[in-house]
Design a binder for this molecule. Structure first.
Ligand code: AMP
Ligand code: GLY
Length: 419
């Protein structure tokens, strides 16, 4: 098969890496991809939002199957476009990807179908929202309705902060039209974890759990980022909790979407929090997580291509999805200054040594090739995944990999997996 993967981050590198091991896959293309992906796939210089050009390319190149990695094209309807052109594609249609595209929608869905989540109200009127927070408790959580690169969530400890936050979202429109509608939510406390799942529209198969570190600095200090590191499995997600989630969250979500005429085929990412009242959904995403994928897919025994096809064909119940009983940790190497301003174009050294090392996989996120050498080309540059017989060994291995690689102003957290 000829397969096209759409996206350009560490997540897409992990998907391409896993697909490249499939006996069913002859050739992989990635649009637009990055320099690391370019070592195992043919890069196609078409942006992820250029649906017409992507579909034309898939047809002219005879692509058999396309995998959408990113949220924006899914929410924007790339799957609908590919299906209309008669192309096979993995990822939910726009009417199902809305579980990520609109927080107001996903909260309403959870409320209607009794799926446990934080109490909330939705507002599109600034004055009414202001009145609500003035009469409410603190901390309070404000969320821009639409996609905001994972940054549209504000946790406000005081009324003053909440008033400022509401202005940022609804008046200053820091996240554009995403802030036209705002979800105001009860603040929950507890351990967070991520569970990704394969879904064929009826059957849902959860993957092994993972945990993400979103803040820029050790000890969860500094600004929120796209993710500075992950590990799998989560230390708190027991088989009993998995069973509870299947019963109260995973299957009910799939059933709710079907009941609404929004059949979901693809990846549902559950952002979960273990509160003193049980597991609650913090958010849904309609795609693999980044950098969760970099620790989850290396633990998958199966041929990923077979699972993707089963999701599209509605035959996921025929597949026995199996996982290695081990651990994985991914440490993100970022450009100094990220998530704020940073410099691009620094040479990256040590990648060859890391490639030779056992149990270390380097996934590229923001890299480019310049005169035949890899250089930094983004905030998150690389994700170094270590595999071990258990989590502790995986973390140690990941940090051994980190020591091999260098570039100017390299920044990474030293406490991934240690929480
Ligand atoms: P989200 O984009 O919805 O995942 O939110 C980003 C982060 O904000 C989450 O990973 C949580 O750490 C935090 N968060 C979101 N909602 C809540 C909530 N209701 N209570 C406490 N923390 C929250
Ligand atoms: N790591 C969080 C996300 O992919 O949304």
């Amino acid at each position: 098969m000829k397969v096209l993967v759409v996206g350009s981050g560490g997540r897409e590198h992990a998907i391409v890496w896993k697909l490249s091991q499939s006996p069913k896959v002859d050739k992989i293309y990635c649009a637009p991809g990055n320099a690391g992906i370019g070592t195992i796939a043919q890069l196609v210089p078409i942006g992820a939002m250029e649906f017409d050009r992507l579909a034309d390319f898939a047809k002219s190149e005879g692509i058999d199957f396309t995998v959408i990695g990113m949220d924006d094209p899914l929410v924007g309807g790339i799957t609908d476009k590919f299906e209309a052109e008669g192309l096979r594609v993995f990822g939910p249609r726009a009417n199902a990807a809305i579980i990520e595209g609109s927080k107001a929608f996903s909260k309403e869905l959870m409320k209607k179908y009794n799926i446990p989540t934080a109490a909330y109200e939705t507002f599109d009127d600034y004055d009414k929202a202001l009145e609500y927070i003035r009469n409410g408790d603190f901390p309070v959580v404000l969320k821009a309705d639409g996609l905001a690169l994972g940054k549209g969530v504000l946790i406000c400890n005081t009324l003053e902060e909440a008033e400022e936050g509401l202005k940022t979202l609804m008046i200053d429109k820091k996240f554009g039209d995403s802030g036209n509608t705002v979800v105001i939510e009860e603040f929950l406390t507890g351990q967070e974890m991520s569970v990704l799942s394969f879904c064929d529209g009826k059957t849902i198969v959860p993957m092994v759990s993972a945990q993400d570190h979103k803040r820029a600095y050790d000890g969860d200090k500094g600004l929120n980022t796209g993710g500075m590191g992950t590990f799998s499995p989560s230390r708190v997600y027991t088989p009993e909790l998995a069973e509870e989630c299947m019963r109260t969250i995973y299957q009910p979500t799939v059933d709710a979407l079907n009941a609404e005429g929004r059949t979901f085929k693809g990846i549902i990412f559950f952002g979960l929090m273990l509160t003193d009242k049980g597991m609650k959904v913090i958010e849904y995403n309609a795609r693999f997580g980044d950098p969760e994928t970099q620790v989850v897919l290396p633990r998958l025994k199966n041929d990923l291509m077979e699972i993707f096809e089963a999701c599209v064909d509605g035959t996921l119940d025929k597949i026995n999805v199996e996982w290695y009983d081990n651990g994985a940790a991914c440490v993100v190497l970022a450009s100094g200054g990220y998530p704020e301003g940073y410099v691009k174009g620094y040479e990256i050294t040590g990648l060859e040594d890391a490639k030779k090392a056992e149990n270390i996989i380097v996934f590229h996120a923001g890299t480019a090739l310049k005169d035949g050498r890899f250089v930094t080309n983004g905030g998150r540059v690389l994700g170094v995944t270590g595999i071990g017989k258990d989590l502790d060994e995986a973390i140690k291995t990941a940090y051994e990999g980190v020591k091999l690689i260098d570039f100017k102003d390299k920044h990474y957290r030293k406490d991934i997996g240690i929480k």
